[in-house]
Design a protein around this ligand. Structure first.
Ligand SMILES: *[C@@H]1O[C@H](CO)[C@@H](O)[C@H](O)[C@H]1NC(C)=O
Ligand SMILES: *[C@@H]1O[C@H](CO)[C@@H](O)[C@H](O)[C@H]1NC(C)=O
Length: 151
């Protein structure tokens, strides 16, 4: 008597698991895949990407989000905001001329202007100020926590 019930529960559990992994796969967009190719972890971009454009010759890119986005960055719980449109220039292990990502520190908002990767660490640049974090803390693409106040 117990056996069929076990099988039913098992089947339902497996279906739920497949749905869960299917959703994970779809939240990673072509833009996330592109980040990996250039030596960056997917966690630099949130999940709500609508479109992205990359000129492979110049490295100029434009990422459009469904809406502005607020995220708590994993290492030290820095609050970050993403504009609806994020632009910059990407080459292997280096993002420059970045526009659209802000971070809250020392009681004000700073625009992140560049990001470098050496495989182990990510170095965030705010003008001439830099701060490094282990890349592995950005292994997962974050969900937006809500609307940001800046746009
Ligand atoms: C799906 O995402 C969740 C949370 O984001 C994570 O814990 C889980 O390991 C992921 N599953 C797969 C198959 O990647
Ligand atoms: C890509 O960048 C190159 C070099 O800056 C430029 O010549 C070309 O017109 C760009 N292509 C597109 C589609 O914007």
């Amino acid at each position: 008597m117990a056996k069929p019930l076990f099988i039913i529960i098992f089947t339902i559990t497996v279906s739920f698991l497949s749905v869960a992994s299917y959703q994970n796969a779809t939240t990673l967009t072509a833009a996330h895949t592109e980040l990996i190719k250039y030596g960056f972890p997917v966690g630099l971009l949130p999940t709500n990407i609508v479109t992205y454009n990359l000129n492979r010759t110049s490295g100029d890119f434009v990422v459009k989000l469904g809406d502005t986005c607020r995220i708590t960055l994993p290492p030290d719980n820095y609050l970050a905001t993403y504009s609806k449109s994020i632009t910059g220039k990407i080459v292997e292990n280096r993002i420059a001329e970045l526009n659209g990502i802000g971070v809250r520190a020392f009681f004000r908002w700073w625009g992140i202007t560049g990001i470098r990767s050496n495989g182990q660490d990510l170095t965030f640049e705010v003008g001439y100020i830099t701060k490094s974090f282990p890349s592995k803390t950005f292994d997962q693409s974050p969900e937006c926590e809500g609307l940001s106040s800046s746009s």
